[in-house]
Design a protein around this ligand. Structure first.
Ligand SMILES: Nc1ncnc2c1ncn2[C@@H]1O[C@H](COP(=O)(O)OP(=O)(O)OP(=O)(O)O)[C@@H](O)[C@H]1O
Ligand SMILES: [Mg+2]
Length: 353
């Protein structure tokens, strides 16, 4: 096999709950999943998107890479949470090279950090559209990532013997995953919502293009914390209880889960309200949930009920061939929602910007 054949990178999602690795091979326009694994991280290893215990992260990546016998060392990773700021801005139309030079000056107006402390990147959304004043404008997504946070992630990956080639943002990785698996209709608004352990990423797509992103620091940990607090359970028992593995009927547990479902639904609703005030777009057609918490049995229904928007759970493996994983449909369904980011990352190529 040729070195780095086809240029697909290994997806490496360093989540606060678990690390996921996924490798794809593309053949005749179809994607084959060759490797997929996840490894839980102890709590407090990563807090609020910051690596607290670097050694733990390095050894987990090493373990998963060895276990999967990874030969391709070049990876795409991603970050999210408060160390990333994504802003949609409009500018007078200009060639990409000019924008590259200009972006730092533009960013200074929009980024609430010292511009020297962040890495800047941009994605051109449309090269020309009319503004309210009738002047043509281009719209660009500005991405600013705190250097120290990103370096911590990249260094952990390097120390584990892998080579970080692309650093993506969780919200964009799920967009990548979604667009490969699902059809997007030109005028429809779809909200992708990735609810992980500590962060929830929202990305509203109009057609296949991102119109709004936001990260909110709430996730599955909230269920566990509330179950521990209100019902006096240990962390392990709370995790099991949340996953609905105990068959005993428990009204108190159901009530705690319902309260957190509602909290999450309310946060999503707040973001949608904000989105509506900043855009002239019509209503959202659907919400597509992913992340480990998409498996909380009552969450999709509660979001749908609370917000009055059709809510479904994404299958990141929908159009991928997973035969090589030798996993049964039930085992696969249990891990699939949490694979949303890593699938998006594994679709990235080194040449992507
Ligand atoms: N079957 C399940 N039922 C309920 N909750 C689940 C289930 N499986 C996983 N979870 C929860 O999903 C969360 C992990 O999701 P995910 O793997 O998407 O997060 P992460 O990427 O590790 O974290 P983050 O992105 O927030 O840093 C945990 O809180 C976990 O308890
Ligand atoms: Mg995650």
């Amino acid at each position: 096999m040729f070195f780095g054949s086809k240029g697909n990178l290994v997806g490496l999602d360093i989540g606060s709950g678990s690390i996921k690795v996924l490798q794809l091979q593309e053949s005749k326009g179809k994607y084959f999943v060759e490797r997929f694994a996840n490894k839980a991280l102890p709590t407090e290893t990563i807090v609020d998107g910051a690596i607290m215990d670097g050694l733990e992260v390095v050894s987990a990546i090493k373990a998963i890479a060895a276990d999967q016998k990874l030969k391709q060392k070049e990876v795409a990773l991603s970050i999210s949470g408060t160390s990333v700021i994504v802003k949609k801005i409009t500018l007078p139309p200009m060639p990409e090279q000019d924008l590259e030079r200009q972006i730092k000056f533009e960013a200074e107006q929009y980024i609430p950090f010292d511009i020297n402390d962040v890495y800047l990147d941009f994605h051109i959304l449309s090269t020309e559209e009319g503004s309210a004043e009738g002047q043509p404008v281009m719209s660009v997504l500005l991405v600013a990532t705190k250097k120290d946070k990103l370096n911590d992630y990249a260094n952990a990956v390097r120390e584990a013997g892998l080579v970080p080639k692309v650093v993506d943002v969780d919200a964009f990785a799920i967009e990548n995953m979604y667009c490969v698996n699902y059809e997007t209709l030109p005028n429809e608004l779809t909200a992708l919502v990735n609810v992980g352990a500590s962060v929830m990423n929202i990305n509203i797509l109009k057609g296949g293009v991102s119109a709004f992103t936001r990260d909110i620091t709430i996730g599955g940990n909230r269920y566990s914390e509330r179950i521990m607090q209100d019902l006096g359970m240990t962390y392990e028992d709370a995790e099991t209880a949340k996953k609905g593995h105990s068959t005993a009927k428990n009204a108190a547990l159901d009530a705690v889960i319902a309260a957190v479902d509602l909290e999450i639904a309310t946060e999503i609703g707040r973001s949608f309200d904000y989105f509506r005030t900043t855009s002239s777009y019509e209503d959202l057609s659907r919400i597509v949930l992913c992340g480990g918490c998409a498996n909380v049995k009552t969450l999709p229904g509660r979001i749908a009920e609370q917000l009055g928007i059709d809510t479904t759970v994404a299958d990141p493996f929908k159009s991928l061939d997973v035969t090589a994983l030798k996993m049964g449909p039930e085992a696969l369904a249990e891990v699939a929602p949490a694979a949303a980011v890593v699938v998006g990352l594994a679709l990235r190529r080194e040449s992507d910007r």
